[in-house]
Design a binder for this molecule. Sequence first.
Ligand code: SAH
Length: 230
Amino acid sequence: MKILTCILSLLFLLTTRQEDARYAGERSRMVETQIAARGITDQATLRAMGKVPRHLFVPPSYASEAYSDRPLPIGYSQTISQPFIVAYMTQLARPEKGKKALEIGTGSGYQAAVLAEIIDTVYTIEIVPELAREATARLKMLGYNNIKTRYGDGYRGWPEKAPFDIIIVTAAADHIPEPLKEQLAEGGRLVMPVGNPATVQQLIVLTKRKGKITEQRLEPVRFVPLKRLK
Ligand code: SAH
């Protein structure tokens, strides 16, 4: 069984290498034309977006569209965000080595991987069990040992691992969950789409300084709704 797993992993890695070579051009064009050209200047974010193999985070039938300028379906009525939005939220979170992040809405695991290229540890929670399982397997296969995944309702955050320097919520609600505000570290930043989950939201950045929270309202965005476990 172990040998079979090794052989499969090796085959996967070889395929990944070939695909990487094929998709590398598309990826650097994506960074140049969709991300840098639209004002993302954080070097760590640009580097991470240029590194993470996005084509391995979408269903195989969408791999050839992985670097296009739009969100894509990942099954279970969920989507992987448009590359620019991932880069924008990453830059807004001010990722740096030494920081610890919490993501709500693992989805494909792509946003978590982008963060994990820059910071120390990423904790991520997904409410759809199948997506949680798939993302966990994918991130493990790609060697992201600094990402800890969990199935559950992210509304409550991950109190055992709090506080977090960065909290990114990649699903929309009409308010910011109180437990997430509580789990934000001193000097931390929380990025989340807030508004009508069925239509349009606004990207909000919360900053905690000396225990006081300040809010900044940014661009209009569209995310899938934040669900709740009954
Ligand atoms: N960040 C993802 C895309 C997010 S799509 C990526 O990079 O691919 C939003 C995800 O949030 C979906 O997978 C959805 O199932 C999940 N979600 C919705 N409500 C949630 C909740 N309460 N807790 C955790 N995950 C949730």
